[in-house]
Design a protein around this ligand. Structure first.
Ligand code: ADP
Ligand code: SF4
Length: 693
């Protein structure tokens, strides 16, 4: 049972008129579902309730038509019509005694209003501050606008109550909420009683809280989410000013929810931010108020959590990503099952769901956002179907996740791995600069598999077609992964890069196997995710003079979706890597590369001793193709199915591989993987009801 060291995490805690059953607080987080997939989003929150969280919040909820953040998909509470969907979520949250919270967001200077076409309103007239530099400006609110906005907050609060929420969070962090816009001198340059001194800049927050208390304060708790440090220079809402604000308004909300200034700082990936990274910024704020304090820091270690409470840094342990990677984190601590916690790796793939307006994925938890769509529960899985045995070939994230989930279903599983150690790509990538936490993908699965009596692991077993046919397994799951191409085929080049001379070419696989080039090195990145930037950093660390060349306008372009693009560029610049953007490599020369401008095709040259080719990957599917060619022999060999999954089917991020492994395990013996699959949809979806004409 529970280790007494963690008892403190399970103490009931008051929040205003309410009491949370423990200190585990799922702070608001996006999921790509929102108003577009309300049943899927509600079921996901319901799973958190089952997992033991004491407080569970929605993602940000747009509370009025004059402020919305299209194209991003969050929640909406614009009229009574929105209440049933939100009530469904609130009820799911409350199923196991958790408090249900809703985060009300008025986006102000952060809301371009593409959908409603309303003129954005903000404390001061300035361009809208979004990721995408939208060509829209906000109008400065006059006194009647402020009166209206106060009333809209009250209307929204009443609707939140009707929707059966317990807590309302007033959003003023990450640069996204109007409260921060009033508090910061950068976005509030007013000369009336709402601008100037901190007391004046706090006025709007004080007025809204007072209005809302009058409306719903008897039964609901009000929390305020503020930035810990806006980090935009002297005019920004600094950490010192945050402290002054809390001290000056000590008892304003029923709880202070403290989050770092910008979202990319607050949700920093493990490559750049450690667990509890906000401790310094948050320490001491609790003493300035009698109200409880929640803070975040990608907490996955119960020891760190307990220390945060014991040392008086926090009252509640706020988690977004750790609650996505393992919705049952509190329950596992309570049951003394620390080793079973599926720790977040800090990759921010979950964030990409929001950034790309699609249903989110999680690298560690393939069931995230599939709780309703596919009926996948993170801790429960149906018992096995008609067959009994599975041979999983390859022990990367796809193979390991398949083996783990198959063993839970009750299959007898063997995992054959060509190499002497397990883990596939994760075993190698975890050794790259900043990526050690990614190793949790294999550590978690290898530990879980190690606890199961029905999984046999065979390292050093590169299997051939004949061996597979001879072994007598009923199901063959081929998860043999992929390898990086040396010929440059990716996006700029769909056939091999022209080569004139013998310039040494290194692939990411070479570097991960310890063959790191020396001297002058060009890293050509036409992959655009993390690998090019990471390898440039690795080569620079090894003493090479590195130039990173990419046809894209940004280094590691796709990492804008994981909130780390800025940090990657900064780190490379600091490491002395020369960055050449909007430039392709048109050919390899004996002593360098020929470059071409992405726009004009103007040619140039960069002299170098070697090129690191970060292009695309090739599926290692020869074994699968060989088995298919022998399908006539399957019946005699006792084989009922052969499937290709993960990178061996189509290379992608690690999250795609864990999903593929999980899906294979879930669907084995269910008929979904039959030859003629695909005529029916493989998940449930929700379609907006048609309105009457
Ligand atoms: P994924 O991301 O799809 O899980 P990985 O590349 O991480 O793929 O892992 C694939 C693993 O499969 C690698 O560790 C590789 O050594 C192993 N493998 C490839 N071919 C064979 C084979 N014929 N027999 C056994 N293991 C293999
Ligand atoms: Fe953590 Fe990555 Fe999962 Fe997000 S996707 S919760 S960062 S493991």
């Amino acid at each position: 049972m529970r280790d007494p060291r963690y008892d403190i995490l399970f103490e009931p805690m008051p929040i205003g008129p309410l009491t949370a059953k423990n200190r585990f607080y799922q702070v608001p987080h996006c999921n790509g579902g929102g108003y577009g997939d309300p049943a899927a989003a509600a079921a996901m929150r319901g799973i958190k309730a089952e997992g033991g969280w004491g407080v569970i919040f929605t993602e940000q909820t747009e509370m009025h038509q004059t402020s919305e953040i299209t194209p991003f998909i969050e929640l909406r509470l614009w009229e009574d019509k929105d209440i049933p969907g939100l009530r469904k979520m609130a009820r799911a949250m409350k199923t196991h005694g958790a408090l249900a919270g809703i985060q009300l967001a008025y986006s102000g200077i952060n809301g371009p209003n593409f959908y409603t076409k309303e003129v954005p309103l903000a404390p001061t007239a300035l361009p809208i501050r979004t990721f995408t530099n939208d060509p829209v400006q906000a109008r400065a609110m006059d006194k009647s606008d402020i009166r209206n906005l106060r009333r809209w907050f009250v209307n929204a609060a009443r609707r939140c109550k009707t929707a059966e929420f317990d807590l309302i969070c007033l959003y003023g962090a990450h640069g996204f909420g109007i409260f921060q816009h009033f508090l910061s001198r950068a976005t509030n340059q007013r000369s009336d009683e709402y601008g100037g001194s901190l007391e004046n800049r706090s006025r709007f927050a004080r007025e809204v809280v007072a209005d809302m208390r009058d409306a719903v304060g008897d039964s609901m708790a009000l929390t305020m989410r503020v930035s810990l440090d806006e980090q935009i220079g002297n005019l920004g809402f600094s950490n010192a000013e945050v402290r002054e604000f809390v001290e000056m308004n000590a008892d304003l909300p029923d709880l202070w929810d403290l989050a770092q200034g910008s979202w990319d700082e607050c949700s920093g990936p493990s490559r750049f931010k450690q667990e509890a990274a906000q401790e310094v910024l948050v320490s001491g704020i609790r003493e300035l108020s009698s109200k409880p304090v929640v803070g975040v820091g990608r907490f996955t270690s119960p020891d760190v959590m307990a220390r945060m409470i014991r040392q008086g840094v926090l009252d509640f342990i706020g988690c977004a990503r750790p609650s996505i990677a393992d919705p049952f984190l509190p329950k596992k601590i309570e049951e003394g099952r620390i080793e079973d916690i599926r720790e977040c790796i800090g990759c921010n793939i979950c964030v990409t769901g929001d950034m790309t307006m699609s249903i989110s994925r999680c690298t560690q938890n393939p069931t995230f956002m599939e709780e309703w769509r596919k009926g996948w529960h993170p801790e429960k899985i149906a018992t096995k179907g008609a067959s009994d045995t599975v041979l999983v070939i390859g022990s990367g994230p796809a193979g390991l996740e398949a083996a783990r989930a198959l063993s839970l279903r009750g299959y007898d599983v063997a995992v054959a791995e060509a190499r002497d150690s397990f883990g596939g790509r994760v075993a190698r990538e975890r050794l790259l600069p900043g990526l050690s936490a990614w190793g949790r993908v294999m550590d978690y699965r290898l530990y879980q598999i190690g606890q199961r009596p029905n999984v046999e692991m065979y390292p050093g077993s590169a299997l051939s077609v004949d061996e597979v046919l001879a072994f007598g397994f009923q199901n063959i799951c081929v998860a043999t992964g992929s390898s990086w191409r040396a010929d440059g085929v990716a996006r700029q080049h769909v056939v091999a890069i022209p080569q004139r001379g013998a310039l040494p070419i290194f692939t990411p696989d070479d570097l991960m196997q310890g063959r790191v080039p020396k001297g002058k090195v060009v890293v050509f990145d036409d992959d655009h995710y993390y690998m090019g930037g990471v390898l440039a950093e690795l080569c620079a660390q090894a003493g090479a003079e590195v130039t990173l060349v990419t046809p894209a306008a940004f280094v590691s372009d796709w990492t804008r979706n994981t909130l780390e693009q800025g940090a990657i560029h900064r780190r490379l610049a600091q490491a002395g890597v020369k960055i050449v953007l909007n430039t392709g490599v048109s050919g390899l020369l004996p002593d360098g590369v020929e470059t071409c401008c992405s726009y004009t095709d103007a040619r140039g040259q960069i002299g170098c001793d070697a090129v690191v080719m970060v292009a695309s990957r090739q599926s290692e599917d020869a074994l699968f193709q060989g088995l298919r060619a022998r399908s006539a022999d399957w019946a005699d060999a006792g084989i009922r199915s052969v499937q290709l999954i993960g990178d061996a089917a189509a290379p992608g991020p690690i999250a795609w591989a864990t999903y593929a492994g999980h899906r294979y395990a879930r669907e084995l013996d269910t008929g979904v993987w039959a030859e003629d699959w695909g005529d029916t949809l493989s998940f449930r979806r929700e379609i907006t009801e048609l309105a009457e004409d």
